[in-house]
Design a protein around this ligand. Structure first.
Ligand code: HEC
Length: 129
């Protein structure tokens, strides 16, 4: 019985969380779009560098720094989201910081540094986008 109640409670909390994210997305707030677009720009620039085999340490650092700064606005852009959403945002912060600390100076290093970042983007989008 207790297990059933916990499961039910979990479901209800999950639904409330999803509805609150959906509501946030449907308000005409330009910030979510802006934050995501700026992040996509910087991640895109890093992918382009890897594809073109032109990986410059200074440029990589600039894009990773801007990515890190921009994602600090995620929680402000999505007010009222649930904890798992904020956990994904925190994970993105950790992976981006790790990439920055790795200071990738060539393409294999840059590709390896960006991969965990891509994975967090995808993981959050699968759940919330
Ligand atoms: C914490 C969750 C989360 C993380 C992490 C996340 N996103 Fe998003 N992203 C969203 C949500 C939610 C939307 C839908 C926003 C909307 O429709 O307003 C979205 C939408 C987008 C869009 C479409 C924006 C638009 O309005 O056209 C792009 C591009 C995007 N994300 C890029 C990224 C990139 C690149 C990363 C990783 C660096 C990333 N996102 C990480 C939650 C996340």
């Amino acid at each position: 019985m207790r297990v059933a109640i916990s499961i039910l409670l979990g479901l209800v909390i999950g639904i409330i969380g999803t509805v609150s994210v959906m509501n946030t997305l449907h308000e005409r707030n330009p910030l979510p779009h802006a934050v995501m677009s700026v992040m996509a720009h910087h991640v895109g620039a890093l992918h382009t560098a890897v594809r073109a085999q032109r990986c410059d340490a200074v440029q990589a650092r600039q894009h990773l720094t801007r990515l890190l700064e921009t994602q600090a606005d995620i929680s402000e852009a999505f007010p009222g989201v649930d904890q798992p959403f904020l956990d994904e945002a925190a994970k993105l912060h950790d992976k981006t910081q790790a990439a920055l600390l790795a200071a990738p100076a060539n393409c294999p290093a840059l590709a390896a540094a960006v991969k965990p970042i891509d994975e967090v983007c995808q993981s959050c989008h699968q759940q919330y986008r």
